[in-house]
Design a protein around this ligand. Structure first.
Ligand SMILES: Nc1ncnc2c1ncn2[C@@H]1O[C@H](COP(=O)(O)OP(=O)(O)OP(=O)(O)O)[C@@H](O)[C@H]1O
Length: 473
């Protein structure tokens, strides 16, 4: 009884929940909540590691359009279904914290370092500097001390940030000799990332081609790992295709084709001009940098792996970008240059249409660029594929040429995809597509799209297949 004489409501001994006692039911509920919170936490942590950061462009040029959204990378195949789905979402990520951590690490490093720079012990367990300070030249490039790069970037100042990718922040820097460089400060460079850094340096250090962004040096001091690239001063293709350039894109049809051919030449050199060959593994518009004359330079070999003598390389991670990744690569991890060819096909579709490979803001039938593109060709609406921001339409022949190359690149039969060298030839040849191929395409335009891309269109003449590397230079 209460002091006022009211009867105290009795706490039921058992709950309706399977007749469990109250405290047991509460305990069970608490356990479930904790488990859910733990699951969400694990998903978010995995998602963060592979989430691509929002691009920030401060230095390329005031006229370079900013892209308002990003495509998230698909990285670990072994993630749970839920985590995979989370990775595919378009989302914004706050990069500030990571950057502050990186800057803090750099400062600690500088504090520990003697005036001479290299040669110190890495307290975090990393290696000592691999190149002696008194011999900075390394054949293909130069070893830079942290001090030099710190000076070049004003201590990695905010205003020198060009952008940020999956592997770190990129800074604009001016070296003491006045040359401008892009310094990629690799984050999380312990363990796997450190290995990737070394592969990257070995693989690309000696590679020189006018359509590839050249590595001019690197820094490996204490735990710090940085790559120093030639600076390309007109932004990247993604910004120009998807940034705010209305009402008319500065990328005319001819400029677009020039960019496509340059990109194809750069990739052809990686695939066919080097021994061992190099597969890029992340061909996409944000990795195509542009100079003021709209020359394309393929960047970011951070994901590249050297191919050995075997035809393909099985990898446990899919490291391409969602929307560009070849279906067989995504599902099996089998990797060879044909997966780059597929991605190039998607990139060419993007160049022609001005549409992103995956765009959730579009109608359901148009979200996936490849599916929509094939559907439009099947329904004889190829004219409508051209980016409406292109003022002067391409000639029918030029358009057909580009469309045909797209279809050939995304052939579901991997072995039927053309080589990058052939693609260069197809895109450059005024007389391509040849009469017979035009007829075949016309015939196929009315049948299901899969047939159009099933390799029935014949390859260019045999002589293209013989290695004529001078064509790609
Ligand atoms: N050599 C360079 N010259 C000028 N800008 C560059 C250079 N390298 C990279 N950038 C710019 O820096 C930004 C980040 O590039 P980064 O290659 O790190 O990432 P990303 O290509 O956007 O993504 P990911 O790492 O997933 O490939 C991009 O805006 C890119 O255009």
């Amino acid at each position: 009884m209460t002091p006022s004489g009211n009867a105290m409501p009795e706490i039921p001994n058992k709950t309706p929940l399977m007749g469990l006692k109250v405290y047991i039911a509460i305990g069970v509920l608490l356990l479930i909540v904790v488990a859910i919170v733990l699951l969400i936490f694990i998903c978010i942590r995995r998602n963060r590691r592979s989430t691509k950061r929002r691009m920030r462009v401060k230095h390329s040029s005031g006229t370079i359009p900013l892209v308002s959204k990003e495509i998230v990378e698909v990285k670990d195949l072994d993630l749970t279904q839920d985590c995979e789905q989370a990775e595919l979402k378009i989302e914004n990520v706050d990069t500030k914290k990571k950057k502050e951590e990186a800057q803090a690490e750099v400062k600690v490093d500088i504090g520990r370092r003697g005036k001479g720079g290299g040669g110190e012990t890495d307290v975090s367990g990393g290696n000592r500097s691999e190149v002696p300070v008194d011999d900075p030249n390394i054949g293909w490039g130069r070893w830079y001390s942290l001090n030099e790069l710190e000076l070049a970037t004003h201590e990695f100042a905010d205003q020198n940030v060009i952008g940020e990718g999956g592997y770190g922040i990129v800074y604009r820097g001016v070296l003491q000799d006045g040359s401008v460089v892009a310094v990629k400060n690799l984050l999380n460079n312990k363990g796997q990332a450190e290995k990737e850094f070394k592969v990257e340096v070995e693989a690309i250090g000696k590679v020189r081609h006018k359509n590839l962004v050249g590595l001019v040096g690197y820094c490996a001091e204490g735990a710090r790992r940085m790559l120093v690239y030639e600076y390309v001063d007109n932004g990247n293709l993604e910004q120009w295709l998807h940034g705010d350039v209305r009402p008319v894109s500065p990328l005319t049809w001819d400029i677009r084709m020039r960019i496509a051919i340059g990109t194809a030449k750069g990739l052809a050199y990686l695939h066919e001009g080097l021994e061992p060959k190099v597969v890029h593994r992340d061909v996409k518009s944000s990795n195509i940098l542009l100079d003021r004359k709209w020359n394309a330079k393929v960047s970011d070999f951070g994901l590249a792996k050297l191919l050995g003598p075997e035809k393909s390389y099985v990898t446990t991670r899919v490291m391409g970008t969602f929307g560009y990744v070849a279906p067989e690569y995504a599902s099996t991890g089998m990797l060879n240059e044909a997966s780059d060819v597929y991605s190039f096909g998607v990139l060419l579709m993007e160049i022609i249409t001005g549409r992103s490979p995956i765009d959730y803001s579009r109608a359901p039938g148009e979200m996936n660029l490849v599916d929509w593109f094939k559907g439009m060709i099947s329904s004889r609406r190829s004219d409508e594929l051209v980016d409406p921001l292109i003022e002067i339409h391409p000639s029918p022949r030029s358009l057909k040429r580009a469309l045909l190359v797209c279809l050939r690149c995304i052939d579901s039969e991997v072995t039927k995809r053309p080589k990058m060298g052939q693609i260069v030839h197809m895109l450059e040849a005024d007389d391509f597509p040849y009469r017979s191929e035009l007829r075949i395409v016309r015939e196929k335009e009315n049948v299901p799209s899969q047939s159009v891309v099933s390799g029935k269109v014949s390859y260019p003449p045999r002589h293209v297949e013989s290695v004529d590397r001078s064509r790609w230079r």
